[in-house]
Design a binder for this molecule. Structure first.
Ligand code: ATP
Ligand code: SF4
Ligand code: MG
Length: 335
């Protein structure tokens, strides 16, 4: 299907010069219209940095040092988000691509009713909309995310964490963006709640037709809810494939390790094993494949040569990509 967001050779660092930390390295990733793309990886692998980079919300000293983020509005010519002016960017952020951050539910304004917080978003972006229309729209949206009518005039502290998170989702969706990025929206919630909220988002996606980038540590959630999964390690995408392919047949040893470190979806609960060793130091990355010091399958070429993300020569190789010397690739992605 057609792309809605194409991330091309994106590089993001914190700081400049010798002390810079390269947190996102040569990332190439495409989000297709209507799909849910899951992004997984250990803490510090660069998931949030990628999300902030794409929406240009990087906190200082974060800087985009190269690449393009091509957005396809659908009804107009594609453009590079990284080339937008501040004014265009403000419009882009809510109307085209909305983001729900880690722990965002705690960023609701404590002194305003939740209904007011939604109408304020509408007011800021469409000053011509009548007060009545704003109210109707806000209430519709709150209903859509499962907030009962008698809770709509509540203050944030009167709601549970799960409800506040749903309010945040409603705020992200109220201007009907094409792309919604969720950055670990469920960290603070229990597992049952995580599933519910994700399930609800997927339902909304089917009704409203947006695309989702969903970022989490929990690969088992992604296997269940996303169409495709991209795995990050040390700032790079090391594997990208349909969710079912990752689950059945992860090609990269790191992806396989991540799968092993979460309990199985069905069947007996396994021990949470984790991957031995620790994530790489971004300032002193291992040579070659940055995973090689931890990789159970490392062999001759691994320590000396960086494997490039490309299409592997497997039967379903056209729909997936991997960066690992075990899987010689035929066609590099993005070069
Ligand atoms: P988590 O799963 O914990 O949210 P993540 O995959 O989202 O992790 P990022 O937050 O993107 O990872 O961080 C990527 C790297 O960038 C980390 O090594 C981190 O130390 C570094 N980093 C993040 N923010 C800053 C900052 N403000 N200044 C310097 N380095 C930073
Ligand atoms: Fe392991 Fe080598 Fe593949 Fe890296 S390139 S994941 S070290 S086998
Ligand atoms: Mg993060």
């Amino acid at each position: 299907s057609e792309p809605v967001l194409e991330i091309r050779n994106l590089n993001v660092g914190y700081g400049l010069g010798d002390q810079a930390v390269r947190a996102v390295r040569d990332v190439n990733l495409t989000l297709h219209r209507g799909e849910v793309l899951g992004l997984a990886g250990e803490s510090g692998s660069g998931k949030s940095t990628l999300a902030y980079g794409v929406t240009r919300l990087l906190p200082p000293p974060g800087v985009i040092t190269g690449g393009q983020v091509i957005y396809h509005p659908g009804n107009a010519e594609p453009y590079d988000v990284l080339a937008l002016s501040d004014l265009q960017l403000r419009r882009f952020r809510w109307n085209e691509t909305a983001i729900v951050f880690q722990g965002a539910m705690n960023s609701l304004n404590p002194v305003h009713k939740i209904s007011t917080q939604l109408t304020d978003v509408l007011k800021a972006h469409d000053p011509k909309m009548s007060e009545h229309s704003r109210n109707v729209r806000a209430r519709e949206m709150l209903k859509l995310v499962g907030i009962a009518a008698d809770r709509m005039d509540a203050y944030p502290h009167q709601l549970s964490g799960g409800m506040r998170q749903r309010v945040m989702i409603g705020m992200a969706l109220i201007l009907q963006p094409q792309v919604v990025i969720m950055d670990e929206p469920t960290t603070a919630l229990d597992v049952v709640m995580q599933r519910q909220i994700l399930g609800q988002l997927i339902e909304l996606r089917e009704r409203l037709g947006f695309s989702v980038i969903f970022i989490t540590h929990d690969l088992s959630l992604l296997v269940e809810f996303s169409n495709r999964i991209a795995i990050m390690y040390g700032g790079r995408i090391v594997e990208e494939a349909p969710a079912a392919s990752i689950y059945r047949d992860a090609l990269h040893p790191y992806s396989a390790g991540l799968l092993g470190s979460f309990p199985a979806l069905r069947g007996p609960r396994r021990e949470l094993t984790g991957i031995p060793g620790s994530p790489p130091d971004l300032k002193g990355m291992p040579s070659g494949c940055s995973f090689h010091p931890r990789c159970p399958k490392a062999f001759d070429p691994c320590a000396g040569n960086i494997p490039v993300l490309g299409r592997p020569g497997t039967p379903d190789g056209s729909s997936r990509s991997v960066a690992c010397w075990l899987h010689p690739t035929e066609q590099p992605v993005g070069l």
